[in-house]
Ligand binder design. Structure first.
Ligand SMILES: C[S@@+](CC[C@H](N)C(=O)[O-])C[C@H]1O[C@@H](n2cnc3c(N)ncnc32)[C@H](O)[C@@H]1O
Length: 278
């Protein structure tokens, strides 16, 4: 039932999802930091699973770099758009597979060198999340890398402050703020952001919590990051500053210096994490 709701939500959001990561300098910065986080792994031209691929912004980049890419997502609408985008770019993927991350039985053990689950698919899984993480690890070969990004409690609140969204802050119950801070769990709510639609329930992570989940699933050498880091919460200011190419380059350099700092990783809109399969 719940996965149906997520699938339906993303089926109607495919085009918006495609546009999101290229919609402003702020989102392009988020995109570049996600790629920077796995730059070393991508240099090896790995076999990649893009799990929760959406319309394939990251998968397309992996394919452009010569990786053999497989996409999977619970939303058939997102996957259809991804196929179109691959066609338009004259690129091919190994497979486009509709699947729930909690059941990746379409793939054998150890099928991928790198499994990427970016843009918070795990935050949309509110039941049996551990099963999803263990599936991501199962389909990755020993010594391979699993990289994820999830939504982060403090980072998302900073982001909302930066949007100066009165609908949000003038109504304490609107987004169950206290519940989210205490448990990380945000129940389904009427969303202004989604045009009055009901937003699916979500889980927001803290860095220690995500590290534990990944370790329990069989990953070691966990590294964390924030995307964006310094700029989280300053969306419009960054967009304005980035109109000046020198300022944009300087800020990006600063972001790259700090986004993996252990004191900063809990403050991004997205919490990045990667680990090596034992
Ligand atoms: C915010 S989008 C991110 C898409 C893409 N990875 C990106 O960063 O642009 C989250 C994606 O996770 C997918 N998703 C959510 N729950 C899922 C599940 N249980 N199994 C597979 N995919 C899921 C959604 O359908 C959606 O395409």
């Amino acid at each position: 039932m719940r996965s149906d709701k997520v699938r339906q939500h993303f089926n109607t959001a495919a085009q918006a999802e495609w546009e999101r990561l290229d919609s402003s300098e702020y989102f392009r910065l988020i995109y570049r930091l996600h790629l920077a986080f796995i730059e070393e792994e991508l240099a090896e031209k790995p076999r990649v699973l893009d799990a929760g691929s959406g319309p394939g912004r990251y998968a397309l980049e992996f394919a452009k770099r010569g990786c053999a890419v497989t996409l999977c997502d619970i939303s058939d609408g997102e996957l259809r758009l991804a196929e179109e985008k691959f066609g338009e770019n004259d690129l091919s993927a190994e497979r486009f597979v509709q699947a729930d991350l909690r059941d990746l039985s379409a793939f054998p053990d150890g099928a991928f060198d790198l499994t990427v689950c970016y843009g918070a698919p795990l935050s949309y899984i509110t039941e049996d999340r551990e099963k999803a993480v263990s599936e991501l690890v199962r389909v990755t070969r020993r010594g391979g890398t699993v990289a994820v990004s999830v939504n982060n409690t403090w980072g998302i609140l900073r982001n909302l402050l930066g949007k100066t969204d009165e609908n949000f802050f003038a109504n304490g119950e609107y987004w169950h703020i206290n519940e989210v801070i205490e448990t990380g769990d945000c129940p389904s709510f009427e969303s202004v952001q989604f045009g009055g639609d009901t937003a699916p329930e979500k889980h927001f992570f803290q860095p220690d919590e995500l590290t534990d989940v990944l370790k329990k699933a069989g990953l070691t050498d966990i590294e964390l990051g924030a995307a964006p880091c310094l700029c989280s919460g300053s969306r419009s200011q960054y967009n304005e500053l980035a109109e000046n190419p020198a300022a944009k380059a300087q800020i990006e350099e600063l972001e790259l210096k700090c986004y993996r700092d252990k004191n900063m990783v809990g403050f991004g809109d997205f919490l990045l994490a990667k680990g090596v399969k034992i």
